[in-house]
Design a protein around this ligand. Structure first.
Ligand code: ASP
Length: 481
């Protein structure tokens, strides 16, 4: 009998996980699900990340050394960054277009928007920010009384507990020199970078440096190192195969945990959360789905003719479903690499270099979501962002998506910086916080799909794409292979 493709098994695990969570919430078993099922989801993410960090290190070293010549490495590196940047700008522009057309923030009732506007003006005044759209409700006598009531309320609002630690983190990042991001890429102690999950850029820097240096030492010295590095990479890939055998079960536990945490013992809560933010969520979702089903296939069609529409999704299915369930492109990276190599037929020399960098710096879904979120928040506070401010949004969301760690909710934390860059109140992330996890799942799929798309284009340009149709790509993850 034909084996069922892995991504179908994962999808079934996902659906069962959601059904389980809904049942357990109705029956009042959420605490059981969180205590006894959810931890397996955490174990799964840990297992994947455990593989991802050393895999980034060794695969980049192997990739660079296998390319063999520093000038083709430089050319490929340049092309990779250019394509990553282009897809990010496409995503942000799409986000801006959608949010300006749909205007989800304007669909909120007028009185709430006026109240929001007044509290924004109070906040901007207390922070010494200029109000760029030239409107001033506080000076209008008809709003004076309401303004007094709101000023009391807004003091409490700023103390929103669930976001205060995120605000502090972002605040700390804000008060540093403009070159700090560059300084942060160069580690002073590489072992410290390895022991901290957030320091992927440092690991990439070290791996590139090491790989390039390896090219400059005599062959008889570098060959044994390369053989070891290649061998280690094989071991990691086998570890991924082993973990992936149990992926459908683990995905079940992940989804059961995530949904139970949201719903508690009252499913109605989830519906309520979504009602208030439905237009915003739908706008983000529409943008993300357009990226996945129209933009990337379109870009692929333009540059790589040989990968058919359905074939691309069949090949990437396991990585996409995993990205959705883990909300982490870093945790998904080992599987992304395997899908792109074995199912799309991209040479290892390309994947081992392009994908780890992509997982870290290329987050199209995250940047699209940030662009929509900023404009939505401005709209619901009756603030018209000038063209200059919208361009600042493009720039800061690009940088913020590069700086976001490839882990759940990283995009939300970086949103604080984007809000700040256009003089909006960073505490507003509390407003969209309730739906963040679900949107995170979708934007992580976009992030991973974007990496795979660019990787295929680069490989095609270098003559290293050997796509051929397979009926059952899930056999990629085969213990006997
Ligand atoms: N979770 C996303 C990722 O890992 C980042 C984010 O948007 O929060 O790609």
């Amino acid at each position: 009998m034909k084996k069922m493709a892995l991504h179908w098994k994962i999808l079934i695990g996902m659906v069962l996980g959601i059904i389980w969570a809904l049942l357990s919430s109705t029956l009042g078993w959420s605490a059981f699900t969180i205590d006894w099922i959810d931890p397996f989801g955490t174990i799964f993410i840990n297992l994947l990340k455990l593989i991802a960090i050393p895999l980034v290190l060794f695969s980049i070293i192997g990739g660079v050394a296998n390319i063999g010549d520093p000038s083709s490495l430089g050319r490929m590196g340049g092309k990779t960054l250019l394509f990553y940047l282009t897809t990010t700008v496409v995503a942000i522009s799409l986000g801006l277009l959608l949010v300006n057309v749909v205007s989800p923030g304007k669909l909120i009732d007028e009185q709430s928007r006026i109240d929001n506007r007044i509290s924004y003006e109070i906040w901007a005044g207390s922070q010494g920010h200029d109000i760029k759209d030239g409107i001033n409700y506080l000076k209008d006598p008809q709003f004076l009384e309401r303004a007094q009531e709101i000023s009391e309320l807004s003091k409490a609002e700023l103390k929103e507990a669930s976001v205060s630690d995120k605000l502090e983190k972002a605040e700390a990042q804000k008060n540093v020199s403009p070159l700090q991001p560059l300084v942060d890429i160069v580690p002073d102690n590489f072992f410290a970078s390895l022991s901290d999950n957030g320091l992927m850029l440092q690991i990439i820097f070290f791996a590139l440096f090491f790989g390039i240096s390896l090219l400059f030492i005599p062959n008889e010295k570098s060959q044994p190192v390369l053989i070891v590095v290649d061998g280690i990479n094989e071991v990691f890939l086998k570890m991924v195969d082993l973990v992936m055998q149990a992926a459908p079960f683990f995905v079940f536990t992940l989804l059961a945990g995530v949904v139970s945490k949201m719903a508690g013992d009252d499913i109605g809560k989830v519906i309520e959360i979504f009602k208030g933010l439905s237009w915003y969520s739908l706008t983000v979702l529409a943008g993300l789905l357009i990226m996945i089903f129209i933009a990337y296939p379109g870009i692929l069609k333009l540059f790589v003719k040989k990968i058919p529409y359905v074939g691309f999704f069949k090949a990437m299915g396991p990585a996409q479903t995993l990205a959705f369930s883990t909300s982490s492109s870093a945790a998904t990276l080992p599987v992304t690499m395997e899908c792109v190599e074995q199912n799309l037929g991209v040479n290892k020399k390309i994947t081992s270099f392009v994908l780890p960098i992509g997982a870290t710096v290329n987050m199209d879904g995250t940047s699209l979501y940030q662009a929509v979120a900023v404009i939505f928040l401005a709209q619901m506070h009756m603030i018209d962002l000038t063209i200059g401010q919208q361009l600042t949004v493009v720039l800061t969301t690009t940088l913020a998506s590069i700086g976001s760690a490839a882990v759940p909710s990283a995009g939300l934390v970086m949103l604080i910086i984007v809000l700040d860059s256009v003089g909006l109140n960073p505490a507003w992330i509390a407003i969209i916080f309730p739906v963040d996890r679900i949107l995170d799942m979708f934007r992580t799929v976009v992030n991973v799909t974007g990496d795979a798309t660019v990787c295929s284009i680069i490989a095609n340009g270098e003559g290293m794409l050997y796509y051929h149709k397979t009926d059952n790509p899930s056999e990629t993850f085969d213990l006997d292979s």
